[in-house]
Ligand binder design. Sequence first.
Ligand SMILES: Cc1cc2nc3c(=O)[nH]c(=O)nc-3n(C[C@H](O)[C@H](O)[C@H](O)COP(=O)(O)OP(=O)(O)OC[C@H]3O[C@@H](n4cnc5c(N)ncnc54)[C@H](O)[C@@H]3O)c2cc1C
Length: 455
Amino acid sequence: MCFTRGSSADYDSWAKAGCAGWSWTELLPFFLKTENCKCPKLVGSEFHNTGGPLTITHRGTQLSDAFVDAGVELGFKRVDVNSGNIIGFGDFPMTIDEDGLRSSVARAYIHPAMERSNLTVLCNATVTKINIEDKKVVGVSFRTKKGDKFVKVNKEAIVSGGSINSPQILMLSGIGPKKHLQQFGIDCIADLPVGKNLQDHMSVQVKVSVKEGSEVNTGENFPSGTNGVEGTAFFKTGLEEPDNDAPDMQIHFTGEFYPFGPDAPDILVYKDPKYFPLMSFDTTREERMRKEGIVLYSTFLHPKSIGSVKLRSKDPFDPPIVDPNYLENPYDVKALIQGIRLAKKITETKAMAPFECKINCLKMPDSTHDEWSDENLEEVVRHYAWTLYHPSGTCKMGAAEDKTAVVDPQLRVLGIQGLRVVDASIMPKVTSGNTNAPCIMIGEKAADMIKNDRQ
Ligand SMILES: Cc1cc2nc3c(=O)[nH]c(=O)nc-3n(C[C@H](O)[C@H](O)[C@H](O)COP(=O)(O)OP(=O)(O)OC[C@H]3O[C@@H](n4cnc5c(N)ncnc54)[C@H](O)[C@@H]3O)c2cc1C
């Protein structure tokens, strides 16, 4: 997975909003603790560490080097995208080990701890409820293939179900907006804004064909664990409040074989069957995969369109209702258009010239607008933007008196004893970048707080 911590400004703004202990300077030690950096350009830097559980490596090509050079040509800095100060262009490290395998949290953290006497890992076990008596957690109910089970909680329970399921578990347990819980006959134990504040990152792919023979990821020459991203850029669209130092736009760079060619559509995600004929479905896979290209994923980092997670029913196996509310606010569309325009500028640089970049047709098939007009790009964004799967914020962390908060800065659920939430759902505002590294840091920070509490 792409490995980036986000901007130092993200965490400083969390701290400023009442999350004591969550500033960049306070969190850097936890980021460092996670890391086993094997990127030659980064080893020895104050922002990297070796010897931690999570191995990170980088694999690039001449094309991704040229992408970073293109950024410098456009006036941006060459940056280490994990240094906190990330506006600029840089290599994108991956959580991939030296054997080319994904350095997942299971491999990095759980597998080495499996022999511990105080750890039991149950797979295919679904938590159905946190049991609470007198506002104190007393146990956790869950279901396995062998039926319904209960485990007694002596000290505390930690919910880490992710931004969709953590709010579901809390609401099923009586923690959530009172009126919403009443709809399902669930007694409200703590009336908290659980499930609100859902944020995610929307992205538009700009596909570019490049000179035949350029080195790209063929699926064989790259580590098997990779998702193909080699470089990234962070910048400010200029639309956001000037006092926010974090970037609001990110471009991911990949070099791959794709359905390129002058008439190929730009888009891989098909939402409307009427466009299927234009999507190269009548060609064979071999024909479609024949052309070298790059994809620049323009990704908006600070959405103003905020969604929600609600219960569908009282049944824990009924998926919750996820309303991401994507692009509801026109501001988010405007920002994505800026990202597409920067992607175009990158392809037009001298640094990229040797690769003969040609942007694939970025136009809706029946659009009458000029390709690079705001009107056309808005149609493209509204039709083809997709999620990078970074849902966050649904059990928001904040100061105890913050009416929008679900957990306090110690990640304890407000008003309930013996319950923490530790995952992406606690982010008050989604970070400026991919969310995996921040989630692992949240885990490290929580572990530290829990240990300190028990001393
Ligand atoms: C396809 C995809 C690609 C991604 N690529 C990247 C990337 O390259 N870089 C990056 O930084 N981020 C990436 N992300 C985002 C990143 O994976 C998430 O931000 C991160 O995993 C969130 O961590 P979490 O702990 O909040 O939730 P999760 O990782 O979702 O963990 C929640 C866990 O809880 C379990 N669970 C849920 N409900 C229950 C229940 N009731 N009982 C028991 N268990 C339950 C789930 O099965 C899951 O294992 C990607 C996400 C996706 C989906």
